[in-house]
Design a binder for this molecule. Structure first.
Ligand SMILES: Cc1cc2nc3c(=O)[nH]c(=O)nc-3n(C[C@H](O)[C@H](O)[C@H](O)COP(=O)(O)OP(=O)(O)OC[C@H]3O[C@@H](n4cnc5c(N)ncnc54)[C@H](O)[C@@H]3O)c2cc1C
Ligand code: SF4
Ligand code: SF4
Length: 349
């Protein structure tokens, strides 16, 4: 694509989109009318004459003087931790629908019912198309979105829609790159702070990588996986498999087949545990049906305490060995990403 304006949108297209580094977080989609998300792809609809830089400022894969301060600034390997523990939902219906222990869905339903938030931006399965962002208001809608889709969803475009409609007290669930986009949004000129203030709760998911949706669907079609994928999972090492469940049951595929479909931009991502969220949630090593939970801020800590005290979550101590492994995995991800960035800069020179 020819770029008439080398700044603002032009810089984002040249440095992120044309280089295949977009990780489909959705933060630019709907913030700017010239970007759209459809079926796993972020599409440039037209070239922006304004040069306002907002898309560039918010993009987690773009360097921008005023807003890139989150990249690589973590003091530790998993960021700020006020509390770290294992937990699961005490509600069987939530446990049944969710990916692991249902902590994310339980916290969301708790926050909606106790009016901590008025609505939330989640990711749904996307029916016949790629996963996508969805605005939800009630328990049944949270449960519709439960479970992990291992491709990126452009989910923050739904947040931009909600903000445009004047929603406030929003909850947002997202991957670390999406949490970084939210953190950058606060610094975006001219009205980022106002937009960020409308988000009252940020729940981040742990993430090692996400897959390119078109490549994944083409692969599953070649493997004759028919019908919608009901659930997907990546069991912990040493399994080395990617599992999908359809109406006819589970099938497993070697991770070596899946890894080539990882989004190119994920190799530059330093954050494994969503360090800029209020609460981060991942799997619990060696404990099926449980989550590892990190409360990072006063908001996150208060919500977690209330949900535990009122019996919505059952908890246990996180074993020292699991914490060590988590820290090591987070350090390794950061190290690999920094090396990839050095390699990329050297090639660009
Ligand atoms: C792409 C991806 C990679 C992940 N990698 C790891 C990892 O390496 N290690 C680890 O411990 N955990 C990882 N997770 C997190 C893990 O799969 C669970 O989401 C997390 O443990 C919460 O479990 P839960 O039972 O509380 O979730 P649930 O209660 O089932 O809620 C899951 C929530 O995730 C949201 N969601 C689903 N898919 C996406 C998506 N593509 N983008 C944004 N939000 C989404 C849904 O809106 C839902 O609200 C990953 C998740 C994703 C989506
Ligand atoms: S990474 Fe996010 S903000 Fe950047 S171009 Fe892609 S969708 Fe837009
Ligand atoms: S690895 Fe990073 S960039 Fe890729 S999906 Fe996960 S959080 Fe986003």
């Amino acid at each position: 694509m020819n770029i008439p304006n080398p700044e603002g949108q032009g810089r984002l297209i040249a440095r992120v989109i044309n280089k295949g580094l977009c990780v489909r977080c959705g933060a630019c989609v709907g913030l700017c009318p010239y970007f759209n998300y459809f079926d796993g792809k972020v599409v440039v609809m037209d070239l922006c004459p304004a040069g306002t830089f907002q898309c560039l400022q918010v993009c987690p894969r773009a360097d921008y003087e005023g807003t890139s301060s989150f990249k690589g600034t973590s003091a530790g390997d998993i960021g700020e931790c006020r509390e770290i523990l294992m937990a699961r939902s005490t509600d069987e219906a939530i446990q049944k629908r969710s990916q692991y222990g249902g902590v994310v869905s339980a916290l969301l339903i708790y926050a909606l019912e106790k009016e901590v938030i008025s609505s939330a931006v989640l990711t749904d399965a996307g029916d016949l198309f790629a996963p996508k962002g969805r605005i939800v208001h009630r328990r049944s809608e949270v449960l519709d979105c439960a479970g992990s889709r291992y491709s990126a969803s452009g989910g923050l475009s739904a947040m931009n829609t909600a903000l445009k409609k004047g929603y406030s007290r929003l909850g947002v669930v997202g991957l670390p790159c999406q949490m970084e986009a939210l953190a950058r949004m606060r610094l975006v000129q001219p009205d980022g702070e106002e937009r960020a203030d409308a988000v009252s709760l940020r729940i981040g998911l742990f993430c090692t990588w996400a897959l390119d949706y078109p490549s994944l669907t083409a692969y599953l079609a070649r493997q004759k996986v028919e019908g919608p994928v009901l659930k997907a999972d990546i069991p912990p090492p040493p399994a080395e498999t990617f599992k999908v469940q359809t109406q006819v049951g589970w099938r497993s595929f070697p991770l070596s087949d899946i890894r080539p479909m990882v989004q190119k931009g994920c190799f530059l991502c330093e954050d494994m545990t969503a360090e800029t969220s209020d609460i981060s949630v991942g799997t619990a090593e060696g404990r099926n049906g449980w989550n590892t939970v990190i409360a990072r801020t006063e908001t996150g800590s208060q919500l977690l305490k209330r949900a535990i005290n009122e019996g919505w979550l059952e908890t246990d101590d996180l074993p020292g060995a699991s914490l060590d492994h988590l820290r090591e995995a987070a350090r390794n991800k950061r190290h690999r990403a920094r090396q990839a960035e050095i390699d990329r800069s050297t090639q660009d020179e």
